[in-house]
Design a protein around this ligand. Structure first.
Ligand code: PLP
Length: 414
């Protein structure tokens, strides 16, 4: 222990190590010691093939290898290169671009978009609303800039989207704050795999159009990190035009990420894309978000911006990328189905699952169950309300074996 504590906590509670990376490194150590066939490492949030190697789209990789130094060595403008801004709007909305005023600002991944929207659309000390099951870094991102997270119950007893609790929490917070940022991670939510249905979206837009929001500044953030791994690309974008119904004081912001969709995780590229009712609100979005980027990371890396621009500038290439991704998406969907089918047979309850990288299992004592599974060579992530299984990182065969192992560990812990 040092005599000094130099770093300032500033209200944050900073752990010794990131929980997920900690578990993951123990899994890797066991693989090195006992062999890969003895270990199920279902902790990783990237898509891996059945042999545990990172899936990289070869069509995207080819574009990467053909770049010239100016494509990656140079600075990009703060808000992104113009061709990227155009391409990323097409990538996000597909054939379902809503009416309204749309602007895109480049960010370092979806994470950058989340950080920037929270910092610019909420006030110091505000609470940001999201579902009780949620990606833990929302808390970190909010906490870093003096905000915190409040949650609504994601599901009813019947396993449906809990619009009543959503409404209650929206109204409570609007009663206390002048501004409200709401984050909905859909489709293929992390950690549950739930996708809001079109009916769920009807409720959300109706609630946010209610009189409770009149006079307040509301930002509805759609964290779309997994949008291309939920199923048919166009089908899963059909909700976008519903955003047109939102009133002038509610701006929609898509937190778009190239990490999963283009397997460009490490290039740190994404965008925040607004759908605003009026042009001044859209222009305000662009100006404020670019200003804020300058003061946090300056410009975003150019490389993936150029890659996306090339892909969207060449119809044949775009088709090739989409088809290659669809093959891997089907592999992922088969894994999710295998897990939920076997969970049904084993009597293991899961949180409502539709698609995506993760399935969650409700569990009263997640830390104890995951610790006992670790001894058996099974690594999953304990969350506040249950266990998160990454079907993205294990084979279909392991997805079939896992539910019975989890059920056994849960029963033994009772
Ligand atoms: N949102 C969710 C729910 C995620 O799981 C992730 C990545 O794991 C992101 C956003 C952002 O990812 P990135 O910053 O790599 O784009």
């Amino acid at each position: 222990m040092s005599k000094y504590i130099l770093a300032r906590e500033n209200g944050r509670s900073i752990p010794q190590e990131d929980k997920i990376f900690g578990i993951s490194s123990r899994a890797k150590a066991m693989i090195a010691q006992k062999g890969a066939d003895k270990v199920i490492n279902a902790t990783i949030g990237s898509l891996l093939d059945d042999e545990g190697r990172l899936v990289v789209l070869s069509s995207v990789d080819r574009v990467f290898k053909e770049l010239s130094p100016a494509d990656y060595a140079d600075y990009a403008p703060i808000g992104g290169i113009p061709s990227f801004r155009e391409a990323v709007i097409k990538a996000a909305f597909g054939k379902h671009q809503p009416g309204g005023f749309i602007r895109a600002v480049a960010t370092p991944g979806g994470t950058g978009a989340l950080r920037n929207v929270i910092s610019n659309y909420s006030e110091d000390g505000d609470k940001v609303l999201t579902s009780d099951w949620h990606w833990a870094p929302y808390n970190t991102i909010a906490g870093e800039i003096g905000r915190s997270v409040e949650t609504f119950e994601f599901f009813t007893e019947e396993g449906k989207f809990n619009s009543a609790d959503f409404k209650k929490k929206v109204n409570e917070l609007l009663g206390k704050q002048e501004s409200l940022v709401i984050i909905l991670n859909t489709p293929a939510h992390n950690p549950t795999g739930y996708s809001l249905t079109l009916e769920d979206w009807d409720s959300v837009t109706e609630i946010l159009g209610d009189e409770a929001s009149v006079g307040k500044a509301v930002a509805l953030v759609i964290d779309a990190a997994y949008i291309d791994f939920a199923g048919d690309e166009e089908e899963y974008r059909r909700f976008f035009p519903k955003l047109e119904r939102l009133p002038e004081n509610v701006i929609s912001v898509i937190a778009y990420s190239l990490s999963k969709t283009f397997t460009l995780y490490g290039t740190r590229c994404g965008a925040m894309i607004c759908v605003a009712k009026t042009e001044p609100i859209a222009e305000e979005f662009r100006r404020v978000c670019e200003y804020s980027s300058r003061g946090s990371w300056s410009n975003s890396a150019k490389v993936a911006q150029v890659i996306l621009s090339r892909i969207y500038g060449d119809e044949k290439l775009l088709k090739e990328v989409d088809e290659e991704r669809a093959g891997y998406r089907d592999m992922l969907l088969r894994r999710g189905r295998a897990f939920t089918e076997e969970a049904g047979k084993a009597g293991l309850k899961t949180v409502p699952f539709d698609a995506g990288f993760f399935v969650s299992v409700p569990c009263p004592d997640p830390d104890a169950v995951s610790a006992s599974l670790e001894k058996e060579g099974v690594f999953i992530v304990p969350l506040a309300k249950g266990l998160r299984v990454s079907v993205a990182s294990i084979s279909e065969e392991k997805c079939r074996r896992l539910p019975a192992l989890i059920k056994k560990a849960m029963d033994e812990g009772k």
